[in-house]
Design a protein around this ligand. Structure first.
Ligand SMILES: *[C@@H]1O[C@H](CO)[C@@H](O)[C@H](O)[C@H]1NC(C)=O
Length: 606
């Protein structure tokens, strides 16, 4: 029983001790497990606590662990004393605020440390919690450099360096990933593999990382057009993973030739005068040396091109290109071209000399040529086709047939292959007036200009009747004479005659010259035709008008002074009775008056 009691007592005692222990540890401190911050920015490390029983003598301290040693950087007392420790790590960049938060300005990669927030709260005892700073900084875009300017040959026993990818100044350490034709390459560090990467890492004085990766491969011919690039993959706050891509590179790859091709570069059939280019190339890189032969004789080419400047028919033949690739001596690297050079011989025209015939005579030309393919022969004058069979027969029945004829040969199957020759026909004979243009004048006596054009060889002489101011111009094979003369009455009546003459004869034609028959001119015409008589008509009309006016005036005056005038009249009538000519017929008073008037007139006229 005693044993049991003792046991109970011990248990109670132990429980008490436990309670006492718990009471002593009633300070709880809370900090975030880690704080993420970008380099050069400000980090805030919060710290909260609960203490029981509460104390009025609490002190909060921040420590940092550097190389296993914990050093205080700042503290805060209940009395409000906030201090940063001198000569501690991060000196000058830390401060503590009233809510216990530790603020670190201008965070550096080296600040990525563990920080402790410790709280000492008098009777409640003390507690602490730790937090960690994670510093981030984005690396620069990676730079991809080709291994060397020298080409890599396929089939090498060892892997060759393809290129080197460098990305500078990242934090935390970034990762380089290689891509070939857009596909990521597995990261292989084993140098026994055909493809592997050799990484290297540099920690800069700033604490940032510069990462390099060099890619080695054993490329094959299929890689000749492959595109390589690298990307850097790096972390940023908030568990973000980001990437930056490099520029791309291609391989400078050498691979042996397996086949050769020899082609004619000219697009169509080759004709004489063309520049001919034949190209020889292989499927290897670089291109080997080429040797060209024509009918087993060496001809000189350059860089796989064989050029014939202004080809001749004798350049036709079998051309061979032969390449020797010392990396593949077994390959048959030859090609062959059978070159045809189309041609047309100069057109041969008979008779060759210019032909002179008399008007009305006939002439015939023959034209022919030879060509490398079926050809056509056409006789043309201007754009008009006169014959398709090489024979040109002309009856020189008109001076218009005088001139140049062309014989054009062409090979329809070879565009642009043609030749031509010309033949000249001169027609001699008596002149022929081709056209004459009559004229009109407004008034007789006006100057008129007339043209007379005539064919004829030798050049005819012009005679105008009547003559005027003459001038002669030549328009092609016709001659034009222009005359300016006055359209006299004789000219209007008989016209003007143009007469042409040369040693073979004459021709003449007459122009009619007329007066313009416009309505507004009819009065003029009447005037002109009747000449002086119209003047007489006008004079008569004017006289009659004047007479009427006078009669009207006298009558008016007589009416105004009727009575005195009547007395006078009676007396005068009496006087006039001896004059038996007019007065006898005056029977009324009115007639008397008029008779008086008439009687009075002769003195007025005097
Ligand atoms: C051929 O080449 C020369 C220059 O090399 C050029 O002057 C000439 O016009 C070319 N001839 C033809 C038909 O293209």
């Amino acid at each position: 029983m005693d044993g049991i009691k003792f046991g109970h007592a011990w248990l109670v005692c132990t429980l008490l001790l436990c309670v006492l222990q718990l009471c002593r540890a009633l300070v709880t401190v809370n900090v975030p497990p880690e704080v993420e911050v970008l380099k050069d920015e400000t980090a805030k490390l919060p710290c909260t606590y609960t203490a029981s029983p509460s104390s009025d003598n609490t002190i909060v301290e921040w420590h940092v662990e550097v190389q296993g040693n914990r050093k205080r950087v700042a503290y805060l007392t209940q009395g409000g004393e906030a201090k940063s420790d001198k000569d501690a790590p991060l000196n000058g960049r830390v401060s503590i605020s009233e809510d216990n938060t530790l603020t670190i300005a201008s965070v550096q990669p080296s600040d990525g440390l563990v920080f402790f927030c410790s709280v000492t709260a008098g009777p409640a005892g003390n507690g602490q919690a730790s937090t960690m700073i994670k510093v981030f900084f984005a690396p620069e875009k990676p730079t991809l450099t080709q291994a060397s300017s020298q080409a890599i040959s396929v089939g090498q026993p060892d892997s060759s360096e393809i290129g080197s990818c460098v990305t500078m100044n990242g934090h935390p350490q970034p990762r380089i990933i290689w891509f070939k034709d857009g596909q990521p390459l597995a990261e292989v560090k084993d140098k026994k593999e055909k493809t592997y990467m050799v990484p290297s890492l540099v920690k800069e004085a700033s604490g940032l990382y510069t990462v390099r990766s060099t890619l080695y491969m054993q490329p094959v011919k299929a890689d000749k057009d492959s595109v390589f690039e690298c990307t850097v993959e790096y972390s940023m706050p908030g568990e973000q993973i980001k990437q930056k891509k490099s520029d791309t590179i291609n391989l400078n790859l050498n691979y042996p030739s397996e086949t050769a091709t020899f082609t004619l570069v000219n697009p169509g059939a080759v004709k004489e005068g063309d520049n001919v280019t034949m190209k020889c190339e292989t499927d290897g890189n670089p291109q080997p040396e080429f040797e060209f032969t024509k009918d087993d004789k060496v001809v000189l080419g350059q860089d796989g091109l064989l050029t014939l400047k202004s080809a001749k028919r004798t350049d036709a033949g079998v051309y061979t290109c032969k390449a020797i690739d010392f990396d593949n001596l077994d390959a048959d690297l030859t090609g062959e071209i059978t070159l045809s050079v189309h041609y047309i011989d100069p057109m041969s025209v008979t008779p060759a000399k210019p032909q002179v015939v008399m008007l009305g005579d006939s002439v015939e030309w023959q034209c022919k040529t030879k060509a490398s393919a079926p050809h056509t022969v056409q006789w043309k004058k201007g754009s008009e086709v006169l014959s398709q069979d090489g024979t040109l027969s002309i009856t020189a029945d008109s001076y218009e047939k005088d001139g140049e004829y062309r014989c054009v040969g062409a090979v329809p199957s070879v565009p642009g292959l043609m030749d031509q020759a010309s033949a000249t026909l001169t027609i001699k004979g008596k002149p022929v007036i081709e056209t004459l243009v009559g004229g009109e004048v407004s008034n007789e006596g006006d100057a008129i200009s007339l043209k007379c054009s005539a064919y004829g060889s030798p050049v005819p002489q012009f005679t105008w009747k009547p003559s005027g101011k003459e001038s002669v111009t030549v328009e092609g094979n016709k001659v034009v004479s222009t005359v300016v003369l006055a359209a006299s009455a004789a000219v209007v009546k008989d016209g003007v005659t143009c007469e042409v003459a040369n040693e073979y004869g004459t021709d003449s034609k007459t122009f009619s010259v007329s007066l313009k028959r416009a309505i507004q001119n009819s009065a003029d015409r009447a005037d002109q035709q009747q000449g002086g008589s119209s003047g007489v008509v006008i004079a008569v009309v004017v006289c009659v008008l004047l007479l009427l006016l006078l009669v009207a005036l006298i009558y008016f005056l007589n009416k105004k002074s009727k009575l005195p005038c009547a007395k006078k009249d009676k007396k005068e009538v009496a006087d006039a009775e001896v004059n038996n000519d007019i007065v006898v017929e005056m029977k009324t008073d009115k007639a008397n008056e008029e008779a008086g008037l008439l009687h009075k007139r002769p003195p007025a006229e005097q």
